[in-house]
Design a protein around this ligand. Structure first.
Ligand code: BDP
Length: 691
């Protein structure tokens, strides 16, 4: 097992379970014909054959124990109501039909049936009961997208799983099996769109040859219910066709984009739309012409509007000439534009105000732009969380953000309700995850990183799921439904993100990773051109203490949150300790809730992180008898790397912060293995994922 099959392994089950499966799926009855329906029935056949050894026949007549796939169109007297299931949802119900017990998968569309088929297969693989089923499921969020930061030359920005899976060079002719396997995996977790290219976009992706390549991929993905989107470069009209300006209010510019959109829609009639990174980290944008983000977004939106397309405009902006706290800048730029965006624009906001840190408080824009649809941007690829080798399950991070209360309309105004549109009554809703996918056989750089892709999709479909439930499902399908495996694996996963927070950025620290590659520790870095590129900017450690004062006495970023939170985060005494140094500059001898000093507490957090990794190693070793050799060995080795690097993080961080705090280590804590200069001297010029 090399991980290629992801959570769709359909491994052979014990004879007794095979009997149960066969009894509930001894034939497949599907009326109608479409590529999507064919995929659904083939997937069911493949899954059942894998698990039981017998392929159920496709049958035209209902028999006891059949699996039935039906829509109101194919079966006018459908015995299950499909109202409220939308175009993508489904119901699964055990019913009696002509005196025979059958399992009915019902939906309004064949895509809904496909999702239902995957749900049934999930139950089958996880060892769940298959009788008396009564399930209804429909996504609350409309756009559930992966964002690939894939470059046209095959590299992947912040990619740690090898080169891009898009073989741009051999497209559109060669459409390898990876593409449909990719679509299967995504459809199985409800993802319905993919942005093919990096937000740091090249204009070339909008040329005719590249549109044809994107169209070829769209053709593969379409029957799986997955639409294609493209990131665009703001100055494409100038670069590709010599326009003198990219001013969004210039009619020639608007006409260029309109013609370009028409050209794309001719090749890809169901093209989803554009994703835009503008005026951010050196990318051009409307502000270069003294126009606003709304001016830019609305011009593009007009170009795709007639085709039903949308524009996802990113709020990830911070300017080099803005002396204000970086954490405040997106809000400062976008909040005044609330209500000014066209109705087919959605603003895409990262989960936190800085950049995908191991922990950040939720982004203050959530809840602050009631008249503008906002979509979430999570990072599935682990730029700041150990990249491919650290086992840091992101489910708890996603869950923490989605469940965070913005208080925008009083208690219970969670981020999830902002992005599913229910809080402010928006119809256009979305969530995006920056993909962790590459050509590695295991797709994601490690077996456990697959869980992050899986968790993103499952939460995008249903934000009310718990990270733990998802981890359990994933472990059951990825390894085995045996509780002897599932329980320890889930336990490892559930604490692993907090462990990374502990050994990298405890107590609300952030962005102390080394420059460029963001891999190991670099809290000492202070000499880069822009202040906010330097870790010292974020931790502000000095002789008196550590942390970024974002209260009234500092940058006052707390004022960007709703009143109850501004109050909470504004007071050092009541700020949750996990966010302490994000909001406050705190004296080294400040007393934490545990009674120990901040300095001692910091050291203990680093150690707790390292110890957690050691515990995962022990747990994993105990699973050796139950896991196949290849996947066992990869995880074992990666945990060894993680432990070594957690120690490195601990030691380097302590060596540096001790040089500032001038405090002795708490009793029982070992001194770092090397002196500070040794840690500073570590360089990684060829670390993956950055230019
Ligand atoms: C940061 C990455 C950078 C991305 C940028 C973005 O370091 O590579 O281009 O975000 O999201 O996380 O645009």
């Amino acid at each position: 097992e090399d991980g290629y099959d992801l959570w769709l392994r359909y491994a052979r089950v014990e004879p007794s379970r095979a009997g149960v499966l066969a009894a509930h799926a001894n034939a497949i009855v599907a009326s109608g014909s479409s590529p999507t329906l064919a995929i659904a029935t083939q997937e069911l056949q493949r899954g059942i054959a894998g698990m039981t050894g017998t392929t159920p026949a496709l049958s035209a007549t209902v028999q006891q124990g059949a699996l039935l796939l039906a829509t109101p169109a194919s079966t006018p007297s459908l015995p299950v109501k499909t109202d409220g299931l939308g175009e993508e949802g489904y119901a699964i119900r055990t019913i009696m039909m002509d005196g025979k017990a059958v399992t009915l998968i019902a939906a309004n569309s064949d895509i809904g049936l496909l999702h239902g088929a995957y749900h049934w297969l999930r139950l089958a693989q996880s060892g769940e009961k298959l009788d008396n089923l009564d399930i209804r499921s429909a996504p609350k969020i409309g756009l559930r997208l992966l964002n690939h930061w894939d470059n046209l030359n095959g590299t992947v920005e912040r990619g740690y799983a090898g080169q891009s899976i898009w073989d741009w060079w051999r497209l559109p002719d060669w459409k390898g099996p990876r593409y449909s396997d990719y679509a299967r995996a995504n459809a199985s977790i409800g993802i319905n769109g993919t942005v093919l290219n990096n937000v740091n976009a090249k204009a070339d992706s909008l040329t005719a040859p590249y549109i044809a390549k994107a169209a070829a991929l769209a053709d593969v993905f379409r029957p799986y219910g997955i639409k294609v989107y493209l990131s665009v470069k703001w100055t494409a009209p100038m670069e590709l066709d010599g326009l003198k300006t990219a001013d969004p209010l210039d009619p020639a510019v608007a006409a260029w984009w309109k013609a370009k959109a028409d050209e794309i829609y001719k090749a890809i009639p169901d093209f989803g739309g554009f994703l835009v990174k503008a005026n951010s980290e050196g990318q051009p944008g409307p502000q270069d012409y003294n126009r606003t983000h709304a001016d830019g977004a609305n011009m593009l939106a007009a170009a795709v509007k007639a085709h039903g397309g949308i524009v996802m405009w990113r709020a990830f902006v911070y300017a080099h000439d803005n002396p204000d706290d970086r954490a405040k800048q997106a809000y400062s730029d976008f909040k005044p534009l609330d209500g000014k965006f066209a109705d087919n624009v959605i603003v895409q906001v990262k989960n936190g105000a800085i950049d995908f840190q191991p922990r950040e408080p939720f982004h203050p824009l959530f809840g602050a732009m009631p008249r503008t649809p906002l979509m979430m941007e999570f990072q599935i690829t682990k730029e700041y969380l150990g990249q491919s080798t650290h086992l840091t399950y992101l489910g708890p991070l996603f869950e923490e953000v989605l469940d965070a209360d913005t208080y925008a309309k009083g208690k219970g105004s969670t981020v999830a309700k902002v992005i599913d549109g229910s809080l402010e009554g928006h119809k256009l809703t979305g969530i995006a995850g920056v993909a962790n996918i590459g050509v590695d056989r295991d797709w994601s750089g490690s077996i456990f990183n697959q869980a992050d892709w899986y968790a993103f999709g499952r939460l995008a479909w249903d934000t009310s799921l718990s990270a733990e439930t998802i981890a359990k499902e994933w472990a059951e399908m990825t390894f085995s439904p045996d509780p002897k495996v599932v329980q320890p694996v889930v336990r490892m996963m559930m604490g692993s993100r907090e462990a990374a927070v502990d050994y990298m950025t405890p107590l609300g620290l952030a962005h102390v990773m080394d420059t460029g590659h963001h891999y190991g520790p670099g809290p000492w870095v202070s000499e880069l051109a822009r202040p906010e590129w330097n870790p010292v900017y974020y931790h502000k450690a000095d002789a008196t203490g550590i942390g970024f004062d974002r209260t009234k006495t500092g940058s006052n970023a707390v004022s960007q949150y709703a009143a109850p939170l501004a109050k909470l985060f504004g007071s050092v005494k009541i700020t949750p300790e996990r966010d302490l140094l994000w909001f406050h500059h705190v004296p080294w001898d400040y007393r934490l809730k545990s009674g120990e000093t901040l300095w001692n507490g910091l050291v203990h957090h680093y150690e707790a992180g390292v110890n957690y990794v050691a515990d995962m190693q022990t747990t994993w070793a105990s699973l050796k008898p139950y896991v196949d050799a290849e996947r066992y060995a990869q995880t074992e080795t990666f945990l060894t790397i993680q432990h070594r690097e957690a120690l490195w993080w601990r030691d380097a961080s302590i060596a540096y912060f001790q040089s500032v705090s001038q405090r002795p280590l708490p009793a029982g804590s070992a001194a770092p293995a090397h002196d500070l200069n040794w840690y500073k001297a570590q360089k990684f010029p060829y670390a993956p994922g950055h230019n």
